[in-house]
Design a protein around this ligand. Structure first.
Ligand SMILES: [Zn+2]
Length: 476
């Protein structure tokens, strides 16, 4: 074929990917070339679970009265990203704006999307770090270890929930919490794991009895403690006793707010080599408190927050300082995991509350970067695994049109909106990046969307990050 013609066809495919089918990343994209000369020390990926563009905009309107005020909006890379899994609808810009039922059917779950971001491999929903044949595929925390770096995960959800699991272990099903937690804790090279999922506290951070009330048949009446998120009762006891180990050594363990706050004030030198921290709360730091998120929650801050748990910012500060002990650098995944939980329940108030916690953490991470080598050494990527709730403007949709625009009611006021799904959707999600090698992301574009412009894809981004870590491997 004429070389010029083949180039046009390739370009057409790159830019109108949805009509050409999946570009096989490994074949069509020259990742090695894209990352040539990158000298990253650290890569930090922040995953906003369940966040489309409108979840960000809702918080912008509420907190600032306008869009675009936060620092990440002026990052050099501000694009979109497709999130579909192997078992889902391939992204189509045309369908995303004209067929409401397409938007909310055959979408990715958090397991498949985390796997794509962490391994570069599209897999079926429910999968954790395995391909569609259920074979393990290498994840980014494993690549970090192979390149001499440290690695860790931080989340506002249980440590073994889908997103942190997808970045660290390999399991056929995301609901195998006990096995996931056991693998994360005992069978990896991870250096820090911080999140929720405490067996001895409820969703309000209130202690539950370790001696479960039994009925006459020996069945527990309350159903608690729930040890699965932390890998079972005996592993919990080992963590407390300081005898739990992973492939590299023993874990330090914290579980009280005062310890989280104390550790957040420590410099790298004062922190242990390896740390697991389980906040004293079960399902999420804040979003499940009280009766949990509800569609009727329209007043931000109406329900008093749990006061006995750390926030995402505090946990992230600990992780950054601990990982920074390694002069070769690190990979860290920070998940704002409860935005998804709030949007599943169509709670705009808790969606905004959780977004606010996430973006406050982003600001903290930026501050940390500026004081630890700057963006010359660090790459910060802020993105999402999928949209949740089909959060759109108050006019909703018709058979052929979707009103995506939220109505700005000003600072401190919930924007005009409507939710149209209690599940995930196929919408594109935002991607912001700044730092060493950030521009390589713009070489991975997969199409141009009618509304959001250029977009890449979650599996393509995952593959690229592996290459960034390998290319900038510290010298022996
Ligand atoms: Zn979800």
């Amino acid at each position: 074929m004429n070389h010029f013609l083949s180039k046009i066809i390739l370009c057409s495919c790159l830019y109108f990917f949805s009509s050409c089918g999946l570009i096989n990343g490994e074949d069509a994209l020259d990742y090695k070339e894209m990352v040539k000369g990158c000298t990253n020390k650290n890569v930090i990926m922040m995953v906003c679970d369940g966040c489309g563009f409108n979840q960000f905009i809702a918080a912008d309107y509420f907190n600032y009265g306008e869009k675009g005020q936060q620092p990440f909006y002026s990052f050099p890379v501000t694009i979109a990203m497709s999130t579909y899994s192997k078992s889902a609808n391939v992204y189509s810009s045309q369908k995303a704006y004209s067929i409401p039922d397409w938007v909310r059917s055959k979408f990715t779950d958090s397991g498949a999307s985390a796997t794509a971001l962490a391994t570069g491999v599209k897999t079926n929903n429910n999968s954790i770090g395995v391909n569609s044949d259920k074979n393990p595929v290498k994840n980014v925390t494993e690549v970090a270890h192979e390149t001499g770096r440290s690695a860790g995960v931080v989340t506002s959800m249980p440590i073994s929930h889908a997103t942190p699991a997808g970045f660290t272990v390999h399991q056929a099903s995301r609901t195998n919490y006990t096995e996931i937690a056991q693998n994360m804790i005992t069978n990896t090279h991870l250096d820090v794991i911080l999140g929720a999922g405490h067996p001895l506290f409820d969703n309000n951070g209130v202690a539950v009895s370790a001696e479960v009330v039994l009925d006459s048949l020996g069945n527990s009446i309350g159903g608690t403690p729930f040890y699965d998120y932390i890998g079972g009762a005996s592993l919990y006891e080992k963590l407390k006793a300081g005898t739990a180990t992973n492939l590299d050594g023993s874990w330090a363990f914290i579980e009280s707010l005062s310890d989280f706050e104390k550790y957040a004030s420590f410099s790298s030198d004062s922190l242990p080599d390896r740390l697991i921290g389980i906040a004293p709360v079960l399902y999420s730091l804040q979003s499940s408190r009280g009766n949990g998120p509800m569609p009727s929650d329209t007043i931000v801050g109406e329900h008093p927050k749990n006061t006995t748990v750390p926030d995402l910012k505090t946990m992230s500060q600990i992780a950054l300082n601990l990982l920074n002990k390694n002069e070769n650098g690190f990979f860290l995944m920070i998940e704002g995991g409860a935005i998804d939980a709030a949007a599943h329940e169509k709670s705009i108030a808790r969606t905004i509350e959780e977004m606010t916690d996430f973006t406050a953490t982003v600001e903290q991470v930026i501050f940390w970067i500026e004081n630890h080598g700057g963006f010359e050494e660090n790459l910060l990527i802020i993105t999402a695994d999928h949209e949740t709730g089909f959060l759109i403007g108050p006019n909703g949709y018709t058979d052929k049109t979707i009103d995506y625009d939220l109505i700005n009611n000003g600072k401190g006021k919930v924007p005009g909106h409507s939710f149209h799904s209690s599940a995930h959707t196929n919408q594109l999600v935002p991607l912001f990046a700044k730092g060493e090698c950030a521009e390589s992301i713009e070489k991975t574009l997969q199409g141009i969307d009618f509304r959001h412009g250029s977009y890449t894809d979650n599996a393509v981004l995952g593959t690229l990050i592996h290459h960034i870590l390998i290319e900038s491997m510290p010298a022996e």
